[in-house]
Design a protein around this ligand. Structure first.
Ligand code: AMP
Ligand code: MN
Ligand code: MN
Ligand code: MN
Length: 283
């Protein structure tokens, strides 16, 4: 089991636990070092840090940035970013605007299919500034259009479906620039989720490294055992540090839980052994 969990979400983006409850739950589950990495926002970090300071758990301030690379959405984690860095906050604000634009588009596309009020409906599920497809999914389930969040994604919110909107997020170079300016360590999140061919994955990793990226999320709540071994090999081949994170979004998604992550495979160099990793206690 891994005592590090370097990828999680709170109500500041599309998680269902607020930052304080998230930290408490991670602590109770035996996590020693937790990174809060909400989508395109730093809003939950102050409350999470404060909660962690009263408990025997270290909080790594993080973010999960939506990047467009070769017309695909790739998620890049910034670990140990300075939550007060202006370049990073300004950049994330741009992404929040793109999210608001996309949300309005999703809503009007759904309205064309006879589903009205989606923007307001999704808005009722958001607790922070970020509007995510997850909020639309909750609205569509509540309104009886689908049985589960998974079902909604399949039927409405992915490419080729009525509520899908392609959006242009930020480039890899800019996202990594923001992360590095904020003193953070860039890590590609859940690399096996993008269904990349081997050559495309190689190209992604190559461009990521050139832009200053240093880590790959080898162990993810959504990776199978084979995917973990594959990504460990990619890490070794490209001299990247390996990270592990659950991508926890709350107790409603029982297939990913806190404190239950596998350890990194042999031969990986953990990101917490990087020179620039903060001095935090892991026991
Ligand atoms: P967004 O960044 O707003 O496009 O939303 C992406 C989020 O939707 C991801 O971070 C996941 O939390 C969630 N998500 C994506 N695909 C699925 C899926 N198939 N089932 C459940 N949740 C999903
Ligand atoms: Mn999410
Ligand atoms: Mn992600
Ligand atoms: Mn995530």
């Amino acid at each position: 089991m891994c005592s590090y969990d370097l990828h999680s979400h709170s109500t500041a983006s599309d998680g269902t636990l607020d930052p304080v409850r998230l930290v408490e739950k991670a602590h109770a589950a035996g996590v020693a070092v937790l990174a809060l990495t909400d989508h395109d926002t730093l809003d939950g970090l102050a409350a999470a840090a404060q909660a962690a300071s009263g408990l025997d758990i270290s909080l790594i301030p993080g973010v999960e940035i939506s990047v467009t690379w070769q017309a695909m959405t790739i998620h890049v984690l910034g670990l140990n970013v300075d939550p007060l860095n202006q370049t990073l906050s300004d950049g994330l604000q741009e992404l929040q605007k793109i999210r608001d634009w996309r949300a309005a588009e999703i809503s009007s596309k759904l309205a064309n299919k006879g589903i009205s009020g989606a923007l307001e409906g999704a808005g009722r599920f958001r607790k922070g500034k970020i509007l995510s497809r997850t909020h639309f999914a909750h609205f569509l389930v509540e309104s009886g259009y689908a049985a589960s969040v998974r079902d909604v994604f399949k039927r409405f919110l992915v490419k080729g479906k009525p509520g899908y909107v392609r959006s242009e997020w930020v480039s890899m170079e800019r996202a990594l620039g923001w992360i590095r300016q904020a003193g953070g360590l860039p890590v590609i999140a859940h690399p096996a989720r993008y269904s990349l061919t081997r050559s495309k994955l190689k190209r992604l990793v190559g461009e990521f490294r050139e832009a200053g990226g240093i880590g790959l999320e080898v162990v993810s709540g959504s990776h199978s055992r084979d995917e973990i071994l594959h990504m460990a090999a990619v890490c070794r081949e490209h001299c990247l540090f390996a990270s592990c994170g659950s991508d926890y979004h709350g107790p409603e998604k029982p297939w990913v839980d806190l404190g239950r992550l596998r350890g990194l495979p042999d031969g990986c160099i953990p990101i917490w052994e990087a020179e620039s990793w903060p001095a935090v206690s892991a026991v």
